[in-house]
Ligand binder design. Sequence first.
Ligand SMILES: [Zn+2]
Ligand SMILES: [Zn+2]
Length: 142
Amino acid sequence: MGKSYGTLCKSCGNEEEYMLGFGFMSNPSFEYLNESIKSKVIKRHLHVLEKNYKGMIVDVPSLELFKCPTCKTLHSRLQFKVYYSNDKIFEPQYSCGKCKSILIPIELTGNYMGEDSEPIGYNCKKCGKETLERSLSSILWD
Ligand SMILES: [Zn+2]
Ligand SMILES: [Zn+2]
């Protein structure tokens, strides 16, 4: 179960919607991760971890908000951990689709699932201006 976080740019009218939360409730599998992740590098890592290092997915993978430290855009990505080789942890690193910087997980001011959290300090993906406001598209989904 999860929510979506919507933003609207007051300068160019661009709307974005970010899915957040759990995409499914059953046991997490490597197949699910493979279907949900676009990055070829991460897919390759997962394959090796599963086949050669006894990889185990811990926690339920969930969609979280990330920011790009360089162009200050928002992104939603699947957050998860894989234990491997008995005592090591793999966490995915995602890069910005615009400028390739490594994305950083964030929480918006206050509780980001709350009604009061505004996308302050982030730039529009389309025009690059810092004129985002929360749109009314937050909905429950499961
Ligand atoms: Zn960027
Ligand atoms: Zn804009």
